[in-house]
Design a protein around this ligand. Structure first.
Ligand SMILES: CC(C)(COP(=O)(O)OP(=O)(O)OC[C@H]1O[C@@H](n2cnc3c(N)ncnc32)[C@H](O)[C@@H]1OP(=O)(O)O)[C@@H](O)C(=O)NCCC(=O)NCCS
Length: 172
């Protein structure tokens, strides 16, 4: 069985390789420091049956963010104040041995669920992500992420799309 855990000392950060060195280095050197300083939180997917140091199959990180509503689509922007809050999916990566097996999708659904927890307590307009290149952009677009007006690699997944995807009611 697979399980999502908050990144901690029992996880094998050094053994993780997703094929992108900046993402590997973030996990190895930065993710725990960011968590300690309240900058972001990183969650890892592990196999429940493994013991420390647990191999990391994939990870994502989240942080609270603020953006200008004018950088959203005009339909979204007209309903909102100038500054809006959301959650940024700062990093998403799957270990090379597990790529193309649906793990990335599993991690995205987990990230959406965590956004819904925040939304239900404090509101927010959606999930934001900076795609690192056109390939990553295409990956996110298949889940409903839309390019923002400000930059075509900055993507936005509106709360409504997330709720529909997870079939979660606003008042739940
Ligand atoms: C991009 C990444 C997170 C995708 O995770 P994954 O578990 O391999 O992908 P999934 O199994 O969820 O993919 C589902 C579908 O997305 C598409 N897809 C997968 N990887 C893709 C990529 N790199 N670019 C575009 N589309 C992709 C495919 O259509 C795939 O279905 P298929 O395998 O049946 O063709 C992973 O490959 C990875 O970590 N890559 C290196 C780091 C990276 O690029 N991260 C993105 C940060 S901006």
């Amino acid at each position: 069985m697979h399980k999502i855990e908050l990144l901690g000392v029992t996880h094998d950060r050094d053994g993780f390789d997703c094929g992108s060195e900046p993402l590997n280095l973030f996990l190895k050197q930065t993710a725990r420091q960011h968590a300690e300083r309240g900058i972001s939180r990183t969650f890892v997917l592990v196999d429940e049956a493994t013991t420390a140091p647990k191999p990391i199959m994939g990870f994502f990180s989240l942080n609270i963010c603020q953006i200008k509503s004018e950088s959203l689509t005009p339909q979204e922007a007209k309903k909102l104040p100038l500054d809006v809050a959301g959650v940024r999916l700062g990093r998403l990566a799957v270990a090379k041995a597990y790529q193309r097996q649906g793990i990335g999708k599993t991690l995205l659904v987990e990230a959406m669920g965590k956004f819904i927890d925040i939304f239900n307590s404090a509101g927010g307009n959606g999930l934001f992500v900076d795609a690192k290149d056109q390939d990553a952009k295409r990956y996110y677009e298949q889940f409903g992420f839309m390019a923002m007006a400000s930059n075509e690699l900055e993507l936005f997944l509106p709360i409504k799309t997330i709720q529909e995807a997870l079939v979660v009611g606003v008042n739940q």
